[in-house]
Structures are given as C-alpha cells and as structure tokens.
Design a binder for this molecule. Sequence first.
Ligand SMILES: CC(C)(COP(=O)(O)OP(=O)(O)OC[C@H]1O[C@@H](n2cnc3c(N)ncnc32)[C@H](O)[C@@H]1OP(=O)(O)O)[C@@H](O)C(=O)NCCC(=O)NCCS
Length: 424
Amino acid sequence: MPADTLTITDNRTGKTYEIAIKDETIKAVDLRQIKTDAEDFGLMTYDPAYMNTASCKSRITFIDGDKGILNYRGYPIDQLADDGNYLETAYLLWHGELPNAAQLAEFTTSINANLSLPDSFDNFYNGWGRDAHPMSMLMAGYAGLASIYTDSKKVLDAESRKKQIFRGIAQSMTLGAYGYRFRKSLPFIKPDPSLSFAGNFLYMLFGKEADPRLVRAVDILFILHADHEQNCSTSTMRLVGSSQADPFSSLAAAAAALYGPLHGGANEAVLKMLRQIGSVDNIPGFIEKVKAGEGRLMGFGHRVYKNYDPRARIIKQAAEDVFEVTGKNPLLDVASELEKIALHDEYFIKRKLYPNVDFYSGLIYEALGFPAEMFTVLFAIPRASGWLSQWEEMICDEDQKIGRPRQIFLGEGKRDYVPLANRG
Ligand SMILES: CC(C)(COP(=O)(O)OP(=O)(O)OC[C@H]1O[C@@H](n2cnc3c(N)ncnc32)[C@H](O)[C@@H]1OP(=O)(O)O)[C@@H](O)C(=O)NCCC(=O)NCCS
C-alpha cells in the first residue's frame, strides 16, 4: 500500500520531511517544521485570493467546477430547483437533511413568526435619503439588528444561535422588501404568514398577491442563490464570525462582501453591459473589445466553474417562464446571441469562460419589476440561509479558531525614527 504522505526535500538544508496527506490535502502548519535553522520561522504557503487553500472542512455544499456540479448536502441543485422550495432548502442547508412534512410546517411557522422587524426599527429608515442604495440599507439593517438582539452575542449557546438563525433568514427578506418600499416612498407592508416565503416577499414589495408563476420563479432563484460554499461573502461571514462577533454583525460584513461587482453585483453589471451593446448587430464589435482587454464580458467566467454554471441553465428556463407572464425583455435576444457567439469563440473556450448565474438573473429581476439596485439584495436574501448555516458549522467546528492569515513581509527592516526637523 502506498503511504498517504508527501515527502519533501529542502534543498537548502538537504533535509527530508514526511507530511501527512488527508482528504487530498496537507496541513499548511505541517510545513512550519521545514526550517533552515532553529531561529527560522518555518515554511509558509503564499496564496493570495485563496486559489488553493481550504480554510475549513464543510459538509454543506459541494461544487465540482470542471464538471459543472452543485449539490446542497448531496442533493443536485437541479432536483431541488425542479421539485423543492426555498424554505425546505434553507432547512436542508442548516440541518443537513430534508425536512419531513411536520418539520417543514414547524420550520415555516418559526420563520413566519420572525418576519417582522423589531418595533425599535420603526425609525431606522428616517435617516436615509430616498436614493440610498438598498444594499447600504441592508448592511446597516443587519448591524442595527445586532444592537437590538443583544442575546445574539451568546454565540456559544446553541439555543440562542437557533433563535438568531430564524431571525436572520426571515428578517433578511423583510429588510430587503422595506428597502425597496422606502426608496419608492411607499408605506411598509406587514408580512402575511398565509403566503409562501417568495409569495410574501412579492406581496410586501408590490402590495398585491403575485401571479403564481412569478412566485415560483422567485422561489427557484432563492433556491439557486441559497449557498455556494466558500465564496468571498461566505468566507467573510466565517472570518468575522470566528472572532465570536454576533451573527448579525457577521451578516453585515458578508453582505458588504457580496456588494462588490465581481461577486453579487455582477448581474447589475450584466444589464448595463447588455444595454450598452443595445442590439445583436453590435455584439461582434463588443466581443472584439473584450478580447483586446477593454473590459470583461460580465456574467461570464467563474473562479470555480470551468464549465457551464449549473445554475445558469435553470435560470435560463426560469427566464422564459417569467417572460410568458411579463412579456419578453428585448435584451434577452442580445443575451442569447452574445452567449452563442462567446461559447464558440476561441478566446472564451481557451479560458473556459461560460455563462454564470448572473448572466440571465438580471433579466428576470428586471422583468419582475425590480430596479437594478435591488439585484444584489435579491441575492442576499436567500444567501442569508447559506451564510448562517456556514456560520453555525464554523462555530461548532473544533478545528476553528479566530481567523488570522500570515503575510510575507517585504517592507523595511528596523530603522531609527528621525525627528521632523532632521528630515531632508
Ligand atoms: C468571476 C471572475 C472574477 C473570476 O475571475 P478569476 O478566476 O480570478 O479569473 P481571472 O481574472 O484570473 O481570468 C482568467 C483569464 O480569463 C479572462 N477572463 C476572466 N473572466 C473574463 C470575462 N468575464 N470576460 C473576458 N475575459 C475574462 C481574464 O482576462 C484572464 O485572461 P488572461 O489569462 O489572458 O489574463 C471573472 O471571470 C470575472 O470578472 N467575470 C465577470 C464578472 C462576473 O460575472 N462575476 C460573477 C461571478 S458569479
């Protein structure tokens, strides 16, 4: 039997080391024994952007980027999107198993019981301008909940965590809906517990019950966005949570990470790009500019998927279902043709650039009546269930301590302070 070890020879010293391999991984701290002398700190790995570093062990979401596979707790995303619903998915991410009917009913009741924001939140929106970005209001909203739900500081108490997770999943939706209503100077609408999670959201936004086909499309979008393993915002949730900050503060930080255009802001950028292209005739010229390095084809490419993002296929179908109700968004033709051309172009093939989840989602959101600023909020609402499930897993993981990367220091060595008068 070959050993599950890695043999490393340090050519600086001629010494050989045997490092254990477990789960196709070596422990970075095992490299610290590799030193030139006793004073030496030991070998580190350099991995900006965490291209090849596992920061945790997780049992929640599995992605095989080369094969285009995404599973939540073992269940393929397309099966969950075809037959499941968002709250069932949130339960699955958190608890590891699909709920039975009684468990789902109890879970739904608990979520519904937590949808209303605390009373002291009534004045929260007063300080904002009507043009405030809804993501700014969402981030601040999470931070505000941290100061109201002071019991959320008890992060090592399992019962308290449970309470906060219900609040976090439910009130993400309410904060999102209220941000929208505030910007439109419309009165807030209280949640209606008789509606589904997605149905309630559309009701709280638009003030009437939505067409069931649109409710279903939003539910599917929520399922697709619920988790995506250790991406930028989830890693932020875990990193901030590792200092034992309360989960609402961690949610504020995770939402901030999501806000960036390379992460949750990409679908807004896709729509801007499609509008800028304007018509199918302008696509070849646009593609040439991208290939010449003048900007990126937004909604294409992914750090992990080097194949078609499995969520993009499902969203494309959902887009067609939505357009049956709302009428077709003319930008869909530009998007479809752009996709077709890019998928046959050597530049994109060579770099394994395929459409990602954001390529079509913006078109659906626009057809549903959302302004572009709301798109990232629509991503954050369901992702709250993934963030909180990952946070719970991190807190319960005995391997985890406060997150603290190392650096390679390349600055000045020690030098003496020079008084201002003596500086040239
Ligand atoms: C998602 C993304 C940030 C991943 O980036 P990454 O893994 O760091 O990949 P890199 O930036 O190293 O890109 C690798 C190569 O592909 C090219 N590339 C990557 N995404 C590209 C895109 N969308 N359009 C054109 N070229 C792209 C890069 O220019 C680079 O080419 P080079 O090797 O000739 O320099 C990147 O693909 C991107 O910016 N996409 C557009 C934004 C987007 O849709 N984000 C949503 C993600 S869900």
